[in-house]
Design a protein around this ligand. Sequence first.
Ligand code: C2G
Length: 447
Amino acid sequence: MRVITYGTFDLFHEGHVRLLQRAKDLGDYLIVAVTTENFDDARGKLNVQQSLMDRIKNVQDSGLADEVIIEEYEGQKVNDIQKYGVDIFAIGSDWLGKFDYLKDYCEVVYLERTKGISSTQLRNEDAGILRLGVAGTGRIAHRFVDEARFVSGVDIEGAWSRDAENVKSFVDKHELDLAAGSFAELLDACDAVYVATPHRTHVDYALQAIEAGKHVLCEKPMALTEADVVRLQAAAEAADVVLMEAIKTAYSPGFQRMVAVARSGSIGDIRSVDATFTKLTTGDVRELDPSQDGGSLAELASYPLLAVVKLLGEDYDEVRTTAFQPAGTDVDLYARIDFRYPHAVASARTGLGVKAEGDLVIGGTRGYLYVPAPWWKTEYFEARFENQSDNKKFYYKFDGDGLRYEIAEFSSMIRRGERETFRLRLSESQWLARVLELARTDAHVFG
Ligand code: C2G
């Protein structure tokens, strides 16, 4: 029986060894295909640390592979299985169901992935793997774990939330090692933590983690007041850990390039920025619950404000917020934050109860950039001019739902010993909190 398996095999670890052993045990000849840099890039795998040569050597040195080949293009598995006369395709259970299409060609076996690969013991041999804990088990936390699988060198150790049942089902679903009984227990098992709890609890958990010497990736808005952001940043500096705000757009390649194109004079001087993000939301949900800091501003303003600060900077002269808040409620369903800068104007709009076109338009003295919805997952934009033949289209890759970019940046910062990234500066996080706080407390309300 001939068995084949595929992988990146970066920072070769116990999970890889166990996978190869069990794959080999399924037959008597094991072929291992190692992905090329290009293929990993194409399939959206980030932060692969070792070269293809080193990764092939990892596999060869394990002594488990009878033959090593490379995987370099989409669709290759179908060809390989036929070309090498393969009987069994084996892969870890994090891919459960994803390779069922190969059942037309051979048997497909999903082997249980190894939990908690970066145990203390392993870390001594290989300090390359970042042990990450997840606090909060809501929708975003689920997406986070799925996306983290595409970031090499990161292992999600476990999860915690106030509801033990939720923790258990979360941990089971994602095959994690630890269903923590307390936040402190989660911290103990990790090098870093992702805080995805309700908005107003971010500060306490982030602070607790920082004080325990853990790096923190905190969901947006990191805090609802500027003072809290300043406090968290000071604590992170004192503890010498990374504190990063999880606004996925800031770290995505397309958005960064768009900002760079806008700021490099291609459309002349920027005179206006209009950014909108609406998400129609109904029902008895946190987003609409004033006691949980619901409302379109707290929920969504981080994105359009990010565009404003990245394109026009922090030094506005005036800001004024107008919000639609139905009489008798305490929740803004639509809001616009209008800025006057010395040489430009901007408007950041958010809606949970009002729908509008979610685009981003940057007006310049020579032309404008048009970034269609969903601009916050920047994949494509156009530079448009009076003379249409000068128009230019820009395309970028945006893999998955983009959380992998913030995870990759967070992990790289920790590895490189950096405490700030130009993609979202500490002062910009403060600015975001300052404007959000002002907008929420000082809006002109209509209902
Ligand atoms: N694996 C595991 N336990 C872990 C980590 C990884 O069993 N804790 C398994 C994976 O499920 C996979 C193999 O080890 O079967 C290689 O993992 P990676 O190097 O992360 O490669 P991957 O991204 O899973 O590539 O075409 C490539 C394949 O789709 C899989």
